[in-house]
Design a protein around this ligand. Structure first.
Ligand code: ATP
Length: 422
């Protein structure tokens, strides 16, 4: 069908409180136009008669509170309507959090921190995005805290971070981040080093508290915390640790009933709510996760293909211009530890490494610290990818979002790799 919008596609008529779930093909994006009524994508209002393009593989829902008509150019069989959505529940939650925010304005407390928890693929990031968008639309600028090292919603995967959200998310691109606070963890799951992960979460919480001192508006706004899908064993302990460090007002558990019961028991005094998983949330295969991560790292350097392209720099530096460190676990046998000290109590530390060919394709973060002892407790200023190491010339080539010189010399090596194939 061709409509006045000019987009060739299928017309879907949605009644109030329903959504159209859309899955773009993996090799082709999908386009849509709202031609009548009002609708939103994960809390971002759509502009009428504007053509929105979504990338290949995108999964989304066009939700309407009052009814609408949408034209979609994509495979008709990959779009379906549903009137079973959790949106009314999400809106009620939003109202309760807004009331708590108002109440806290008259106290010395920070704005309410809301932690969204649950196993993988239950819609945690989507719920955070919807609540952040509703908060912005009500005139408040909240903080997004991203503790999910697997996805990297604030910076590249393998890091945790926080960003003040001052604009609703772009329907297709999500939130655009400018100056996030980022800590480099260096793995896609906290299980690779849960001690370091917990340490970075504590650092992030502390840094945010310091920033709040300078930005009272954000302090009152509160934050939305997106967490990792690893909720068993040490993953559960890390979740509780995060909830305590951020002094959460409420924890929303998606889908997992046992997690809901456990958190209620272990976080007395915190409001713990259980929401079912939306039927629209799609589980991603390992390959799909890998490709999302790759795209996220690629867009850190190269921007978003059709929207905000970036041109990274290839910089060649003599070895003495950089100091590369890696995280080391304590390997001191417990018999050699001071009396009363256990290996548990020993914090991760760093050790200096020399540039080598094995570093090619690995991601390094630029630490804001000048003192190596402070690297693990300092935020990252940005990321680099090692594209070559010449032992003959004693030079390292780095893909960098900015031209030389580097703002700091201390770099933290990680196991995360990126194949630069541009
Ligand atoms: P992870 O464990 O990887 O962090 P998650 O629990 O945060 O996953 P989301 O990323 O929010 O889950 O959702 C998984 C996928 O489902 C995303 O691609 C998202 O766009 C899609 N999705 C979420 N809600 C809907 C919906 N109502 N209709 C269609 N797709 C949806």
């Amino acid at each position: 069908t061709s409509f006045k919008t000019g987009l060739q596609g299928h017309l879907f008529i949605l009644s109030h409180d329903t959504e159209l779930r859309i899955e773009a093909e993996t090799d082709k994006g999908v386009k849509l136009v709202l031609c009548k009524g009002t609708a939103e994508v994960f809390g971002t209002e759509l502009v009428s008669n504007h053509e929105y393009s979504f990338p290949p593989g995108a999964r989304l829902a066009v939700y309407t509170w009052y009814g609408c008509e949408v034209v979609v150019n994509g495979d008709r069989h990959k779009c379906y309507k549903s009137d079973t959505t959790p949106m009314v529940k999400f809106l009620n939650l939003q109202v309760v959090v807004a009331q708590e925010r108002e109440r806290r304005k008259r106290s010395v407390l920070n704005g309410p921190a809301v932690l969204v928890a649950g196993p993988a693929d239950v819609g945690k990031s989507t719920l955070c995005r919807i609540l952040l968008n509703y908060t912005i639309r009500s005139g408040t600028k909240p903080l997004l805290v991203d503790l999910d090292v697997g996805q990297g919603n604030v910076s590249i995967p393998g890091s945790i971070g926080a960003q003040i959200i001052d604009h609703p998310a772009h329907p297709a691109l999500g939130f655009l981040h400018q100056t996030p606070i980022v800590y480099h963890f260096g793995h896609f799951t906290p299980s690779m080093n849960s001690k370091l992960y917990d340490m970075l979460v504590s650092q992030l919480a502390e840094k945010i508290q310091l920033r709040y001192g300078a930005l009272p508006e954000s302090r009152y706004a509160g934050c939305l915390i997106d967490s990792c899908g690893w909720v068993e064993d040490a993953g559960y302990s890390s979740l509780l640790h995060a909830a305590r460090e951020f002094h959460v007002y409420t924890v929303i558990v998606l889908d997992h009933e046992k997690l809901f019961v456990d958190i209620q028991r272990d976080l007395p005094g915190v409001h713990v709510l259980h929401f079912p998983k939306s039927g629209g949330v799609v589980a991603r295969s390992k390959a799909a996760r890998k490709s999302t991560r790759r795209e996220s790292t690629r867009s850190y350097f190269y921007g978003m293909k059709d929207h905000i392209p970036l041109s990274p720099h290839s910089i060649i530096l003599p070895f003495e211009e950089v100091q590369i460190y890696e995280v080391v676990e304590s390997d001191i046998p417990s018999s050699l530890l001071p009396i009363g000290e256990t290996a548990e109590g020993i914090k991760p530390s760093v050790s200096k490494i020399s540039p080598s060919k094995q570093m090619i394709t690995h991601i390094l973060s630029v630490s804001s610290a000048s003192d190596p002892d402070l690297i693990l407790t300092s935020s990252s200023m940005g990321f680099l990818c090692v594209t070559d190491v010449s032992l003959d010339k004693s030079e390292i080539t780095l893909l960098s979002p900015q031209p030389a010189p580097l703002p700091k010399k201390c770099l933290l090596y990680s196991e995360i790799t990126f194949m630069d194939m541009q």
